[in-house]
Design a protein around this ligand. Structure first.
Ligand code: AMP
Length: 175
């Protein structure tokens, strides 16, 4: 592993039994608070998508917003938030999904993409893949195309990749 990535990885904190018993929560806040680590992680994701045209980055609430906004700026793309139910102020498309520790819904404002727009989906953690797949379903529902998925952390043993078969998947740190 690149020594910069090792540096960032060392700043991810494991919190046992959060938010529910049996879950080992990957707390990225120490990594976010470190200027060098944040820069390294954003550069790593941006580099993976050099040469891939991206019209919009979809960030998934809430930690996906942190990376999604910064990446959209680096890739010269727009940013579209995928939000938890009831947060968006006007008409939205909605899908239900399950994550490693909950069942919930995700929404994107209707008309968020130009027809055929190329979309990159970004989140902090890929666990079972339910969340990222829900975001992808919303993108497709609106006539846009998912061209990639980017995660800071992938929990490979949960096999979330198997749910995301339509585009390339890049993760910076894999467990
Ligand atoms: P999943 O839908 O199972 O892939 O879960 C991914 C979503 O849940 C992401 O938005 C993550 O922020 C969050 N998540 C799931 N498992 C963890 C974990 N072990 N540590 C931190 N966040 C997690």
């Amino acid at each position: 592993m690149h020594k910069g990535i090792e540096y960032a990885k060392a700043l991810i904190r494991n919190v046992p039994d959060f938010p529910t018993p049996g879950i080992l929560f990957k707390d990225i806040t120490p990594m976010l608070a470190d200027a060098r680590a944040l820069h390294i992680v954003l550069d790593a994701i941006a580099e993976d998508f050099i040469g891939q045209p991206v019209d919009a980055v979809v960030g998934i609430e809430a930690r996906g917003f942190i990376f999604g906004g910064a990446l959209a700026a680096r890739l010269n793309a727009g940013f579209v938030p995928a939000r938890k139910p009831g947060k968006l102020p006007t008409h939205a498309d909605k899908v239900s999904y399950t994550t490693e520790y909950s069942t919930t819904e995700l929404e994107i404002h209707k008309g968020s993409f130009k027809p055929g727009a190329q979309v990159l989906i970004v989140d902090d953690v890929l666990a079972t893949g339910g969340t990222a797949k829900a975001a992808a379903d919303l993108v497709r529902m609106q006539g846009a195309k998912v061209v990639g998925y980017a995660f800071v952390i992938e929990l490979a043993f949960l096999e979330g990749r198997k749910k995301l078969t339509d585009a390339r998947i890049e993760s910076v740190i894999t467990y």
